[in-house]
Design a protein around this ligand. Structure first.
Ligand code: TNX
Length: 528
């Protein structure tokens, strides 16, 4: 914030000098520089630095687009063409830049692997980055500077497509900015997951964690254990039909996520949250008897049989198939709420599963309870509790374990906003916008250095969620709040400034047909 304010003050001074000059020398006809010399407070996550240049870009019907990456170029062209109705011809790898040019050369080195520089003048838009992911994030920022209706899926003719001119240099605070979707409690189709991926992409999310198995359902086909999906995936909370992803479906999601610069982290929750697997194969049970399928919402009652050799054969084959389908570095092994497993069995189990995952060339992610085991250097722990101290996690962090922050009382998108919220749960309290935004991931856990924090994840559990509209209502507006914590420097943190720019997102969601929660903590502009 200090950097921004400094720049804004400096620009205001410059504007005053220019204005004075115009008075003295009688210049006329220019637009007021004072009014044009700052960016509007509308971009979420707020960029690292921005300096307006007093110009205004207008996207006209003759505009052209060039891109060094055809994927990002096509993505941006698709959104702009739909809402403006303009032809916006795209040339990939052109030597002469178009009106809008996405370039993989000339970015300042400070922007790193995911950042970008966005320069807007009266006649051109330039996004420069070192990678396609950086171009993609820069394109998102440019879209947020255009009028909200740019997000309309159908052509809107009544809008002047203007954007404030200037330069933005931007890059993330954390490497890991995730969102989790629980497809186990209620199943969501490939199309629904892809729809959510498109929404997440707007806020620079770069990891999609899929909770693929739980007591109520197993959602990924495993060829060596076909009953897992065929039987274990045949229901869900409330007794509905459930469903599962074929391996081709899962690959389609992985590829779609990659096209939005997101890496999929698949989770097979173990040793608890395993009723669907235990119901599918009697021999996985200590007593050899398969329990019935479960469609309630209790937790903590199931456990894999940790003393059974078959359990580890099973996990080796499941992890093997999943690892082969997953280009990303992580397999998430769950590890939460294993209250039907003794602590010593739990520790020995997690140690063995870590080895299995390593044997398949992947690193482990797990809920923070896994810190009770002996963690491998590459294992990442995901903090989900409602307190802010955890001695086992602190000890692991002291020896190098990296942590992803998902404190339930701030980051759980399935918590109700208020007592009146029709969906969700409240075991971690109510989480309205200010609660979602009002914490610092780097300075939250007692006795854990900020350098141990690798990022932030917003989990969305689906016990109460059935439709994409339900997902939208719980994710918006909190998801952008959490992703601003993951992306923007802590020095920019300001509840009031954030609430104002979050409000500016409302008309965009409206244009996209997202039915979001209109928190009273945010002033939503008319038309949202
Ligand atoms: C806790 S926190 C769970 C999930 C539930 C969620 C509901 C954690 C890692 N596990 O099994 O779905 O609460 O809010």
């Amino acid at each position: 914030m200090r950097v921004l304010m400094f720049r804004r003050t400096r620009l205001a001074l410059l504007a005053a000098v220019v204005a004075l000059g115009m008075t003295v020398f009688g210049a006329a006809g220019a637009t007021s520089p004072a009014a044009a010399a700052s960016f509007p407070n509308v971009v979420v996550p707020v960029p690292v630095s921005e300096s307006a240049n007093g110009s205004t870009f207008t996207l006209g019907s003759a505009a052209t687009l060039t891109a060094d990456d055809g994927g990002v170029g096509g993505y941006l062209a698709g959104i702009l063409r739909a809402s403006t109705g303009y032809a916006l011809p795209l040339t990939v790898g052109a030597t002469t830049p178009g009106t809008i040019a996405l370039s993989l050369s000339g970015a300042p080195s400070t922007v790193g692997a995911e950042g970008y520089q966005l320069t807007i003048t009266a006649s051109s838009v330039r996004v420069r980055a070192n990678t396609a992911a950086g171009l993609f994030h820069g394109a998102q920022t440019f879209l947020q500077l255009l009028p909200a209706k740019v997000m309309s899926p159908t052509a809107v003719t009544s809008v002047a497509w203007k954007a404030t001119g200037g330069t933005i240099v931007d890059y993330p605070r954390y490497e890991h900015r995730g969102a989790m979707l629980d497809v186990a409690r209620h199943f969501f189709t490939v199309a629904q997951v892809e729809h959510y991926i498109d929404e997440l992409a707007l806020y620079k999310v770069n990891y999609l964690h899929l909770h693929l198995s739980d007591d109520q359902g197993w959602r990924i086909a495993i060829n060596s254990w076909p009953n897992l999906a065929a039987y274990g995936g045949s229901t869900e909370v409330g007794g509905g039909a459930g469903g599962y992803f074929t391996q081709a479906d899962y690959t389609a999601i992985v590829n779609y996520a990659a096209s939005r610069y997101m890496t999929v982290v698949p989770e097979i929750d173990t040793p608890g949250h395993t009723n669907a697997a235990l119901a599918s194969y009697a021999p996985l049970n200590c007593n050899g008897v398969a329990p019935p399928l479960y469609t309630g919402t209790d937790v903590g009652f199931s456990s894999l049989c940790t003393s059974l050799p078959l359990t580890y054969t099973f996990l080796d084959q499941v992890v093997g198939e999943l690892a082969a389908l997953t280009p990303g570095p992580y397999i998430h092994i769950g590890g939460d709420e294993a209250s039907s497993t003794t602590q010593s069995d739990y520790v020995s189990f997690i140690n063995q599963v870590q080895q299995i995952v390593a044997n398949h060339g992947k690193a482990v992610m797990g809920w923070h309870n896994i810190a009770a085991a002996t963690l491998a250097p590459s294992t990442v722990a995901q903090f989900w509790d409602t307190n802010n101290s955890n001695s086992a996690l602190a000890a692991a962090a002291a020896t190098g374990t990296k942590i992803i922050m998902s404190p339930a009382n701030h980051a759980y998108l399935d918590m109700k906003y208020t007592s009146k919220t029709p969906l969700g749960q409240n075991w971690a309290g109510y989480v309205d916008v200010n609660k979602a935004y009002g914490w610092d991931p780097g300075n939250y856990l007692t006795g854990i250095s900020s350098s141990a924090i690798a990022g932030v994840e917003a989990p969305l559990w689906s016990e109460t969620l059935v439709t994409s509209a339900n997902i939208d209502y719980m994710a918006f507006p909190r998801l952008p709040a959490l992703m601003e914590l993951g992306w923007s420097p802590e020095s920019t943190h300001s509840q009031s400034a954030f609430d104002a720019r979050l409000g500016a997102q409302g008309p965009r969601w409206h244009a996209m047909g997202i039915d979001y929660y209109k928190s009273t903590q945010v002033k939503w502009p008319t038309g949202s």
